[in-house]
Design a protein around this ligand. Sequence first.
Ligand code: CP
Ligand code: NVA
Length: 303
Amino acid sequence: MSDKPVRHFLSLMDLTPHELDVLVKRGIELKAMRNRNFVHEPLKNKTLAMIFEKSSTRTRISFEAGMTQLGGHAMFLSPRDTQLGRGEPIEDSARVMSRMVDAIMIRTFDHETVETFAKYSKVPVINALTDLLHPCQLLADVMTYVEHRGSIKGKTATWIGDGNNMCHSWTNAARQFGFKLNIACPEGYDPLPEIMDPAAGHYEIIRDPVEAAKGSDLIVTDVWASMGQEEEQHKREQAFSGYQVNADVMSAANNDAVFMHCLPAHRGEEVTADVIDGGQSVVWDEAENRLHAQKALLEFLMD
Ligand code: CP
Ligand code: NVA
């Protein structure tokens, strides 16, 4: 192994704006290569360990298939079957695992867990969602916008709903990719100051979703109760009842605005079926692009 400092991807802020642009372009290239059945295996003999402390469909499948397509291997690890679940310290697990594999992907609750893991790891650590951030999703989301509408620089995106991990990552994306973010969230569900304060000038909180959507190129939402908040479902349904993305919100946005959702979605809650299944929705491309954008990330960190 070389002495080059290890790069991690715990947040969009870990890469420069130029590096992020390169990843998005590379994701588009890798997608075209796959569509031509071109075999590209730069990660032969490399292993990605994937630790999932929360459920996943897209993230697990995209990382696992992505590693296979790049010629490497992905290993699914759940705390139930490893010593992590029996209390082996994060520091020790990171030291041991990073001596055996070439990169480690983690989906967990506390963001500090991925930070500690990265601190003790000799190989790149990828944040595959924490309560604070979901940066991999934003690689796919920006790639999807670029594919459909061209550069996102200077555009306006509107986030509607909870000030959660996805909202935080959209805020970081606004800083790094140079677009404006309107945020419509009910009082009491604002995104955290630790993410928002350094993003001053890149976002605006506009409580009314229809007002927030005006002049927007992209409307995005997410579930009202994230993983780990299941017991708050009922309370949140009430708090967010005026924050559904529906035809009124979409018609306030620009005519060519796209609709995004990281999925899984709840039709009839945060989004109506006519919007998510309608002509402005790009959610299926967005989900597929997790594969291509993360292959670009794996190549960047591991090759
Ligand atoms: N969007 C997303 O991360 O989906 P999964 O929870 O299915 O991985
Ligand atoms: N905010 C959601 C995103 C799921 C991909 C959650 O954390 O559950």
